[in-house]
Write a protein that binds this ligand. Structure first.
Ligand code: R1P
Ligand code: URA
Length: 316
């Protein structure tokens, strides 16, 4: 590991720099969400309101920690939108668990596993996906490049195959003669299998409308997800959403677009004591050009499933 200094691991006393919380403020079961306003909403659904709840806000990053009604300690933490911000938060969470922040010394490997589930919104890319369906990520395709700064070996044969297919399809979709032809290289990362299984089990138990599939983590929201582009610009790939529709492996297809899980899985997948995964509700169907009305797009049932899955993981 790079030598830890004030510059390489900024902190104030026991508090890590961006989240501005200490190790004591964070549970071993964590829900991460993009939107800071979703943190108190999630806390209202998953945390026991009769027990003390910790809350801290810094730079728009909200952390809340309390206990579920079944007595499991759980935190909800904002990642912000996109893999850039998410990279900071995931590393700060890991650091709080395995580094003494005050002295910047690496502690022994945590005895208790750290469970992280991202709960977010997403855009479905398969025509048949009903708005409101929650998609559990089995494989992630990173269309960002944050994950590419983490040189993690990809050994899963389906993952290797998927990375080849995605690279070839994405580059085929860039017209000849364009500046970035041959220069966009997606990477594949793999969420923890125990998290996928726990999310499936909890979805079944709670009767959640769900699918298991491949999630594409985009580098942005507009051109980066095949949405409109101003005339002053040209999209590098026209209809990126429909290019992804046909990409699949292991009997599953790309199901949805969001902006964080590829980096979360890439950063965490080599840790024996960390299990991370993702469930995102479809608020848009990009094939049908539909968008969920707020009253029909409550993420609460998905949030509840994530909390139930964390309780399953906590017992493993
Ligand atoms: C874009 O609107 C944001 O929504 C999705 C994307 O990943 C991105 O962060 O997730 P959240 O609902 O968690 O913010
Ligand atoms: N978040 C995304 O990143 N894309 C969508 O289409 C919806 C939510």
């Amino acid at each position: 590991m790079t030598k830890l200094t004030e510059a390489t691991l900024p902190a104030t006393g026991k508090n890590i720099y961006h989240l501005a919380i200490s190790a004591d403020d964070l549970a071993d079961n964590i829900i991460v969400v993009g939107d800071p306003e979703r943190v108190p909403k999630a806390a209202a659904v998953v945390l026991d309101q009769t027990k003390p709840i910790f809350r801290h806000d810094h730079r728009g990053l909200v952390t809340m920690t309390g206990y579920t009604p079944n007595g499991v300690r759980m935190s909800i933490v904002t990642t912000g939108m996109g893999t850039g911000s998410t990279e900071i938060i995931i590393n700060e969470i890991l650091a709080l668990k395995c580094i003494d922040i005050e002295t910047r010394t690496v502690k022994n490997t945590p005895k208790k596993p750290l469970n992280i589930i991202r709960v977010g919104t997403s855009g479905a890319v398969q025509e048949t996906t009903e708005l409101g369906t929650s998609i559990i990520t089995k494989y992630a395709i990173g269309l960002d490049n944050t994950g590419m700064y983490y040189d993690v070996a990809l050994t899963n044969p389906f993952g290797i195959e998927l990375e080849k297919i995605a690279d070839s399809e994405i580059n085929k979709a860039i017209p000849e003669g364009r500046r970035f032809k041959g220069r966009l290289h997606p990477y594949v990362s793999i969420p923890n299998k125990c998290v996928v299984d726990a999310l499936i089990e909890a979805s079944k138990k709670d009767n959640l409308l769900y699918k298991v599939g491949i999630t594409a983590s985009a580098a942005g929201f507009f051109a980066c997800q095949g949405r409109f582009v101003f005339e002053e610009n040209h999209p590098t790939i026209e209809n990126l959403d429909s290019v992804l529709t046909h990409i699949g492996v292991d009997g599953i297809k790309v199901e949805n677009f969001e902006m964080e899980i590829a980096a979360i899985a890439q950063i965490t997948q080599n840790f024996a004591w960390v299990r991370a995964g993702c469930i995102c509700m479809a608020v848009a169907n990009r094939r049908l050009n539909t968008f969920a009305k707020p009253e029909k797009s409550s993420i609460e049932p998905t949030m509840k499933v994530a909390a139930d899955a964390l309780e399953i993981l906590d017992k493993l």
